[in-house]
Design a binder for this molecule. Structure first.
Ligand code: RFL
Ligand code: PHB
Length: 403
């Protein structure tokens, strides 16, 4: 399988497009059950492993990675957060999830998860082709759909029993579903997040989400010595206009509270992420199945994108294993409905959190007062806090493969 010539017309049980968290986790779970797959990834391994994104893991995600045998480093290096802190009217309010519902969240970088999964696949000599962009998937309604891709300057193709689109929001898989079948729902927000990574000790024990007249800000972290912080910004923000001092001053102004100091440190990375809510349904057409960002995007306010991808993969891996090893198609047939029903709830939490915390350019005194009322209710009412805690720490995962 490692020979390029043989790749021109091969057939595999499962072809996975994308080696992000969705694709690499699915390949690994199938492999653990002895099911062969190939992963086709557009970018280099260094690029995939270096992409700084998520950091907050739900318990279901942590349990999944540990059960799948890729949780050793996570267990050693992650941080447990017992809740979050909410900044509102220049005061900080702790929501203690551990106390409210008996579970918190785990902080461990997405790129570390990807490294753990890709190294595990590597150790088993799993077929992952990097710098091999998929260009098209076709014959989806046949029993052997085709995947076309480019590798080492050559046009290649393979057939598979199942093709899995884990190729993120801008991939090719979703676009290959006929428009007459695919329904999409989209909301583009009139702002983005300017994110920084900094060599700094976190100024709080847990993440601080702050609603402020100047805009939303978030203090998060990756470790005891690396901070990850965000500022609500324009979608087309020019990073050249954001010198380090200006970023720290703005964070200070939005996150601050009397008696509390924001630690500053060397900024090692800056990026701007536009915010979007997007959903496509169904998540399956013929023998193509979508998972993760290929099917849905949430604004990062709820820290849900990666966790939803892992929830999708749990159901899909269990369904493929049932279909391939036990010839039982029931779960695979229901995959789209099961994944969609959880994802709608995740969309609701991410959307309502985004609406509660950010300053919208079109807001007026009424909408601003409603945001205040929502935040006042949240920081003072235990029932509201329990609901927030249940959503933030994660809704249950529907199905899991047994390892
Ligand atoms: P990915 O990670 O986008 O991976 C898709 C992979 O597919 C490849 N690809 C192709 N390969 C072959 N052929 C093609 N034609 C291809 N087109 C694309 C890409 O190169 C890539 O390697 O999707 P996946 O695997 O579904 O994972 C989703 C997560 O990455 C995403 O949801 C999270 O990062 C979202 N997110 C967060 N999620 C959380 O659960 N908790 C968080 O705290 C959190 N924080 C965040 C976030 C996302 C952010 N940004 C930058 C969008 C914070 C930020 C700022
Ligand atoms: C992060 O640490 O990157 C992070 C934390 C919470 C969020 C989004 C991102 O809601």
């Amino acid at each position: 399988m490692r020979n390029v010539q043989q790749r021109f017309k091969m057939h595999v049980p499962v072809a996975i497009i994308g080696a992000g968290p969705s694709g690499s986790l699915l390949a690994w779970m199938l492999r653990r059950k002895g099911i062969e797959s190939i992963v086709i990834e557009a970018r280099s391994r260094e690029y995939v492993e270096g992409r700084i994104r998520a950091g907050v893991l739900e318990q279901g995600t942590v349990d999944t990675l540990i059960a799948a045998g890729v949780g050793d480093r996570l267990k050693k290096e992650s941080l447990h957060h017992r809740g979050v802190c909410i900044g509102f009217k220049n005061e900080h309010y702790i929501l203690d999830f551990d106390k409210l519902i008996g579970r918190g969240v785990t902080v461990y970088g997405q790129q570390e998860i990807t490294k753990d999964l890709l190294s595990a696949l590597d150790r088993e000599n799993h077929n992952v082709l990097y710098e091999a962009p998929a260009t098209m998937v076709e014959d989806l309604e046949s029993e052997t759909p085709t995947l076309r891709y480019t590798y080492e300057g050559k046009e290649c193709e393979l057939t598979a029993d199942f093709i899995i689109g884990c190729d993120g929001f801008r991939g090719v898989s979703r676009q290959s579903i006929p428009a007459s079948v695919l329904k999409t729902h989209d909301l583009v927000y009139p702002f983005g997040w300017l994110g920084i990574l900094a060599n700094v000790k976190p100024s709080k024990e847990v993440a601080l989400f702050s609603h402020n007249d100047r805009g939303f800000a978030l203090l998060s972290m990756r470790s005891e010595s690396v901070g990850r912080l965000y500022l609500q910004c324009r979608n087309d923000e020019n990073l050249d206009e954001w010198r380090d001092d200006r970023i720290w001053d703005e964070l200070d102004a939005r996150l601050g509270a009397p008696g509390w100091t924001l630690e500053r440190g060397e900024i090692t990375q800056k990026d701007v992420t536009p915010l979007r809510s997007f959903f496509s349904e169904p998540m399956q057409h013929g023998r193509l199945f979508l998972a993760g960002d290929a099917a849905h995007i949430v604004p990062p306010t709820g820290a849900k994108g990666l966790n939803s991808a892992v929830a999708d993969i749990n159901v899909l891996a269990a369904a493929l294993i049932n279909r391939i090893q036990n010839d039982d198609e029931t779960l695979l047939r229901d995959y789209s409905d099961i994944a969609l029903s959880r994802n709608w709830q995740v969309q609701r939490f991410s959307w309502s959190n985004t609406a509660m915390y950010h300053i919208f350019p079109e807001s007026n005194s009424f909408t601003r007062r409603m945001q205040d009322a929502q935040l006042e209710y949240l920081v003072s009412d235990e029932t509201a806090q329990i609901l927030y805690a249940q959503n933030h720490t994660g809704l249950p995962f529907a199905h899991k493969p047994e390892f």
